[in-house]
Design a protein around this ligand. Structure first.
Ligand code: NAD
Ligand code: WQD
Length: 351
């Protein structure tokens, strides 16, 4: 089977999606983007275009749950394969709004699968998450580690994996690679693309970046009494451009064999919260203020990938270290102190 060349990217305006579009466009792929901008902004495509020096491709503003509109996109373009990023991703919000999370994440995925089946598109790369491992504390976590999701967001990803596995089993020729990312951070080295969360950031690296730029006073470190070397929680941070490359490489392997497959996307190296604070302080050349507070409910001591499958079978290996993740995130923060939508930021948000 020939390699896919025109890729439908759902959620292509988002953090990982926009970096992956750069990677694909720079490697000769055509991309068709679908996004409803519920957690992103269309300005991102001007920036993608500036980086790659060519037209981004067709961009459709729509909610993937709108089956009629999604089907029309497949009618308009010849699509070889799909990368499916579009989802809601905030763990805390998912606990408050479980039905919305299942609706978007599971309902969005089934809507996409129906459109794919209707148009005989059978190759999909799916955004899964290390959060499906849940309470599987310790590590390294291999793809064979049993899933134990502990919140509606993680459960929604786990349900999607079951749906995708069933579809592959019942429709021979269908191929899904489900990439379980660990903690993607950082930004494009140009400083044009990065992570631009709406409101107060939930995640460590964007919060630290806002402390460094003076938009927040200090970081609250959630828990200093974990059974780790320095007492703070350990995660497997990886550069978003390494994640983007993993998607391009996954596309090359969609034709290896049909069926459903899970692949971890991580570095295998853990860093504590204090390690990240120190590395970001080095990047911005000043110590960053923090205080240790209570643990965040639902957090575990350590989540670190066993990345052996991607390395052995795809020769994919992340190449950017924590220092580079922090340097690139800091460059994006400096060049975009209020994110992509600066003009829309409210007065309380001004630094
Ligand atoms: P993001 O929120 O930046 O990107 C998601 C994009 O999907 C956004 O542009 C959003 O507007 C769009 N979207 C959401 N719902 C939609 C809908 N119904 N229809 C159309 N578009 C919709 O998130 P991200 O960090 O780029 O994550 C991408 C994917 O990777 C998600 O599926 C997420 O669950 C998964 N993931 C992310 C991380 C992480 O730490 N960032 C880790 C593991 C997995
Ligand atoms: C990292 C560490 C916090 C903020 C999340 C999702 C997971 C996946 C990746 C999507 C933890 C600590 C954080 C802060 C802190 N996403 N922290 N102060 O929780 O490992 O994973 O992103 O699939 O599903 O759960 O990432 O960046 O929120 O936290 O001390 O203000 O930083 O306790 O140890 P997490 P994170």
């Amino acid at each position: 089977m020939r390699q896919p060349s025109t890729i439908l990217v759902t959620g292509g305006a988002g953090f990982i999606g926009s970096h992956t579009c750069v990677e694909l466009l720079e490697h000769g792929y055509e991309v068709i983007i679908v996004d409803d901008y519920s957690n992103s902004a269309p300005q991102v495509f001007d920036r993608v275009q500036r980086i790659v020096g060519r037209f981004v491709g067709a961009v459709h503003k729509l909610d993937i749950r709108n089956r009629h509109a999604l089907s029309a996109v497949f009618d308009q373009h010849h699509i070889d394969a799909v990368i499916h990023f579009a989802a809601r991703k905030a763990v805390g919000e998912s606990v408050r709004m479980p039905a919305e999370y299942y609706d978007t994440n599971v309902g969005g995925t089934t809507s996409l699968l129906l459109a794919m089946r209707e148009h005989d598109v059978r190759q999909l790369v799916f955004s899964s998450s290390c959060s499906v491992y849940g309470e599987a504390d310790g590590g390294p976590l291999s793809e064979r580690t049993p899933a134990r999701p502990t919140n509606p967001y993680a459960t929604s990803k786990w349900i999607c994996e079951q749906v995708l596995s069933d579809v592959c089993r019942l429709h021979p020729g269908f191929t899904v690679l489900s990439l379980r990312y660990f903690n993607p951070v950082g930004a494009h080295s140009s400083g044009l693309l990065g992570e631009d969360p709406h409101g107060v950031p939930d995640n460590l690296m964007p919060y630290l970046a806002q402390v460094a730029i003076g938009r927040r006073d200090r970081l609250n470190v959630f828990g200093g009494d974990y059974a780790t070397a320095d007492g703070t929680a350990v995660r497997d941070y990886l550069h978003v451009m390494d994640v983007a490359e993993a998607h391009r490489i996954a596309l090359d392997h969609l034709s290896d064999r049909p069926g459903f497959r899970v692949v971890n996307i991580g570095t295998g190296k853990g860093s504590s919260v204090l390690d990240v604070i120190a590395a970001f302080g080095d990047a911005c050349r000043r110590p960053l203020p923090y205080q240790i507070v209570d643990r965040r409910p639902g957090d575990v001591a350590a989540l670190v990938a066993d990345p052996a499958v991607a390395e052995r079978e795809w020769a994919w290996r992340p190449t950017r270290d924590l220092a580079q993740m922090c340097r690139d995130a800091w460059r994006f923060q400096q060049l975009n102190p209020l994110g992509y939508r600066a003009s829309e930021v409210t007065s309380e948000e001004q630094p």
